[in-house]
Design a protein around this ligand. Structure first.
Ligand code: SAM
Length: 197
């Protein structure tokens, strides 16, 4: 570990946003999962969350299935697994996160209307069936990216990037990247983990 490398690790960790995360509910295509994790790294998500797909192809959250699309981002954004979406939503809410389900419903709002400077988790749905009704009901808000085309939905990783960069925009404006959001002790612990994996 060179001093330059360690300095880069500290620089990146000083921009990490422990109060911004995603919950991927049965996102089952490894390239989508990888692309989402790569965007998470770019906007400064510290840790992501996922409910592994049932019955489908198993995605290896810790290893090689990420590699092709994530550009090694999976090394810098650990993905915590959860047994089910509703349980995960409640866990995250208990930790103080507002959960935003990307879901079309009676109460959906434009994703730009939400305050992302609050502790926020974006709930993303499976490619085939989207976010389940129960998890969407449990979420604090339902959000959508307005679309005017013939096709009804975006690719999940594109939707994730669109929303996470809006979160980044708001957080930049609020000065949340100007000073470390991680406390000193946490920052050093993460730096050690990144430096000596
Ligand atoms: N047939 C699914 C449905 O009815 O929800 C489509 C799922 S879409 C391909 C996969 C995921 O991408 C969605 O669950 C959501 O997380 C995200 N997504 C796609 N388009 C979106 C949009 N316009 N607004 C918000 N999220 C979107």
């Amino acid at each position: 570990m060179t001093p330059e490398r360690y300095a880069k690790i500290l620089r990146v960790l000083s921009k990490r946003q422990p109060t911004l995360t995603v919950l991927m509910d049965e996102v089952n295509k490894p390239h989508n999962l990888s692309a989402i994790v790569r965007t998470c790294d770019a906007v400064g998500v510290l840790q992501a969350h996922a409910v592994p797909p049932r019955g489908g192809r198993l995605v290896d959250f810790d290893g090689h299935t990420f590699e092709a699309t994530s550009g090694s981002a999976h090394k810098w954004v650990p993905v915590q697994k959860h047994a089910d979406a509703v349980g995960a939503v409640r866990d995250l809410q208990a930790q103080g996160f507002q959960v935003l389900a990307t879901h079309l419903s009676q109460r959906s709002v434009d994703y730009r209307e939400v305050d992302y400077t609050r502790p926020t988790c974006v709930l993303l749905g499976a490619e085939k069936w989207g976010v389940g009704d129960e998890a969407a009901d449990a979420a604090d808000h339902n959000i959508i990216i307005p679309m005017f085309g013939m096709v009804q939905s975006l690719n999940v990783s594109v939707a994730a990037a669109t929303i996470l960069f809006e979160a980044q925009r708001q957080r930049l404006a609020a000065g949340m990247y100007d000073a470390p959001q991680l406390g000193d002790e946490d920052l050093r612990r993460w730096a050690f983990e990144w430096a000596y994996p």
